[in-house]
Design a binder for this molecule. Structure first.
Ligand code: PLP
Length: 410
């Protein structure tokens, strides 16, 4: 097979052709620095502000200066977490979850080295948070809660509306940040609505919504104070130093515009149908699999499946030779041999955590793409299991196997 079949939209999305098209003039004639004070530059600055307000409209932000353009979701997350805590130095406690992206987890670990106390909330076997545990973790010393909207590895969705509401009911002075990188465009978000009005900070990234890599967004609700994270010039309302990345900002605004088309065309419904029929087919044709997160509320585009007795990396290697682009765990950690921290937090046995694949669909995925993976995968798994020293041993213990794989669709 020479055609590439891209099924790794949670790692990154292709740049939409419409996005690329609107960016191109800003690499050619419209190169002036928007901070300069002559007409050509000020026209470009006006176009940037138009882009900002159209994104604000999409997200339901009341004021467009509640949005900052950053270099990535990782930068937005660092800014929100560190900037919030620095603004309120007496508060020394953070609440987050065990299954966050490293952008959050490593920031929290770094803050622990500076003397902050961090509560890492556990999840159940489906990857869901326990609300009671969350309530118990809130304390008078808590300065910030940082909980993701949708998980990058399993697609499991957290009830950030409920969690942010509880936070404010317990203490209106505790701030709530959500890493919405894997949710924008897939889940509803209206920051001015009753459901989401308790969110103070939201981080996201351009390259998960068909804009280029290297641009992120940070929402800061009016009244929620943040210390500057990138010091420098007076750009971005004096909240982030650095010359504005105009082509990428213009591209990001177009990418948001296209998300509205996706919602109008019911893209998520189409993807959930493709994902569900794929899971059903694999469950029928491959014995002893585990669908991680099955039974929880999940993003429509993501499935995470363990095929015991074989390494996820070996499956990837075989599928790669056939033209499929898929991840094991998140792209940011797949270079390491450690099993996914998300699956381990969900109590997935070590052997299953090592054998997981993350398949994520998006705007340009066709039924044929998913069908060809469903066709190729059983043979790949069978061949790898035949040469696995663990497979024979496992097959001799059918009762143990049946209990372990109660997570697959049968
Ligand atoms: N948060 C989540 C949930 C992600 O999936 C990612 C990227 O995969 C990030 C944060 C980091 O995004 P960026 O690459 O823009 O820094």
């Amino acid at each position: 097979m020479s055609k590439v079949i891209y099924l790794d939209y949670n790692a990154t999305t292709p740049i939409a052709p419409e996005v690329l098209e609107v960016m191109l003039p800003y690499f050619k004639d419209k190169y002036a620095n928007p901070s300069s004070k002559y007409k050509t530059a000020m026209d470009i600055a006006a176009e940037v502000e138009l882009a900002r307000s159209s994104i604000a409209k999409f997200l339901g932000a009341k004021f467009s200066d509640e949005l900052l353009f950053t270099g990535s979701a990782t930068e937005s997350i660092n800014h929100a977490i560190r900037g919030c805590l620095k603004a309120f130095p007496k508060k020394r406690h953070i609440i987050t979850t065990e299954v966050e992206h490293p952008a959050v987890l490593e920031t929290c670990k770094d803050l622990e080295r500076d003397g902050y106390r961090v509560s890492y909330l556990k999840v159940n076997q489906q990857g869901e948070l326990l609300i009671e545990e969350f309530k118990q973790a809130l304390s008078p010393d808590t300065g910030l809660v940082s909980i993701m909207y949708a998980n990058n590895e399993t697609g499991v969705v957290f009830p950030i509306d409920e969690l942010s509401r509880i936070t404010k009911e317990v203490d209106p002075d505790i701030f709530f940040h959500t890493d919405a990188t894997q949710a924008i465009g897939k889940r509803p978000m209206d920051l001015n609505s009753q459901s989401y009005k308790n969110i103070d900070f939201l981080s996201m990234s351009g390259h998960k919504i068909y804009a280029p890599k290297g641009i992120g967004l940070l929402f800061t609700r009016k009244g929620a104070r943040l210390r500057k994270f990138i010091t420098g010039g007076h750009h971005e309302f004096n909240k982030r130093g650095g010359t504005l990345n105009v082509p990428f900002i213009i591209g990001m605004a177009k990418a948001f515009e296209l998300l509205t088309d996706d919602f109008n065309k019911n893209l998520q419904k189409k993807l959930s149908e493709l994902r569900d029929s794929f899971e059903k087919e694999i469950s029928t044709n491959v014995p002893y699999i585990r669908i991680n997160g099955l039974g929880a509320k999940r993003s429509a585009n993501t499935t995470n499946i363990s095929f015991d007795c074989i390494e996820g990396e070996s499956i990837l290697f075989q599928l790669d030779k056939m033209g499929f682009c898929i991840s094991s765990g998140s792209a940011c950690t797949s270079g390491s041999l450690e099993p996914s921290h998300v699956l381990r937090a969900m109590h997935v046995p070590l052997t299953s955590a090592h054998s997981s694949l993350r398949i994520s669909l998006g705007r340009y995925t066709t039924k044929e793409d998913v069908d060809s993976l469903a066709k190729a995968l059983p043979g790949v798994i069978q061949r790898l299991r035949e040469i696995s020293p663990f497979w024979d041993r496992k097959l001799n213990k059918p009762n143990e196997m049946a209990a372990q794989y109660s997570c697959s669709i049968k």
